[in-house]
Design a protein around this ligand. Sequence first.
Ligand SMILES: C[S@@+](CC[C@H](N)C(=O)[O-])C[C@H]1O[C@@H](n2cnc3c(N)ncnc32)[C@H](O)[C@@H]1O
Length: 405
Amino acid sequence: VSTTAGPNQNRPFLDWYLIPEAYSAPLVEQALARFAVPPGAVVLDPFAGSGTTPVTAALQGRAGLAVEVNPFLAFATRVKSTFTYDLAALRRDLEEVRRRAERAAANPNGALGEGPAMPRLTRWISPLVVRRVLAVRAEVEAVAHPAHRDLCRLALAAVLRPASNMRLSPHAFGSRVPREDAPVGEWFVQRLEKMERDIREHAGRPDLGRVTLLNRDARALAEVVHNFPPVDFAMTSPPYLNNLDYTMQTRLELFFLGFVRSMSELRALRRAMVVSDAKAMYRDVPDSARVRDVPGVQAVARALAERFRGRGWGWDYAFMATQYFGGMLRMLEGVFCWLRPGAHFVLVLGSSAHGGVLVPVPELVADLAERAGYRVEGIEVLRVRRSSSHGHRLAESALVLRRPL
Ligand SMILES: C[S@@+](CC[C@H](N)C(=O)[O-])C[C@H]1O[C@@H](n2cnc3c(N)ncnc32)[C@H](O)[C@@H]1O
């Protein structure tokens, strides 16, 4: 089964909004079958991203429990897993907003106000496209029904990246040939039509599960577990230790939809994320201290420090690694408390390499999991990527854990 988001395209609800590093719904379906997760069971994803785990679980009749720190992604998952609407009212509202938005986007001349305070906005998206987006946004914000408005917001969010100059892939981002203009109105209308079709086709299905969303830091779960039912199965793909700023993937969405209004708000969000980027590290986040006595992690940190000693860059990769693994340990401990005894937890993890130093992430996380009390049932290689820069073969693996009975 593919690990990438490819198979989620053209699937109901799942394809409403995707991030490049989303994993595949079939991977989740396969795991639900393999671990015999029964209908109605609670399925947790502590790094839910665009919601592949909870949305797939709900479509398969399980209850989803999603933790995600990025407020826009938490919003996207909530909208993707809301299945019940008054269909007549929905049709009326969406028809109206589609008509108005298409007209407004075609002639974005009115007083629309400024674009968002996103740094270097016009590098990422052309001024004309910004005006078209703002024109659609004004129509979206005028929709009175909150759930209908949220559908429209997500449809607009899904149009932003294709309409921009941003080129994203699962492990990189950059800019492409600048796009002066884009059919924002038409794309918005098409998105919304697809969404309405999916809702209509699934209306009245009694077996669809409910999804509960927690917009919070997965390293601080112990404080909330007692408010929720025990978890029967957990599955996730954590951030990869690949030195990329994960907030870049949703930068346009965060700013245009108003989830983040300034750089200081963006920094606050980064602070609440597991460290995976040396450009976004905070000395006072105490995660490294948690892995001080873990020989495997310390050996990797020493190798990284040695490799980059005296260089102008990379000198802080050792700290990045210890912060990352400390954060993962905190998440593992929280999920452990939440799992029913005997329940499985599957993590899709990728190894990485920095300056030729291989970081065997699945093996190191398995070691941390044992320390947190799990039994390690296996590390199963899903695919192997060859890194262009140093020739290491980087495995992407499923780490299978179980809370002992
Ligand atoms: C690889 S993505 C998950 C993709 C997801 N499986 C999907 O299909 O969309 C990892 C996610 O972890 C989130 N994340 C990072 N640090 C977090 C934290 N401390 N608590 C909760 N979520 C976090 C990121 O915002 C990102 O969405």
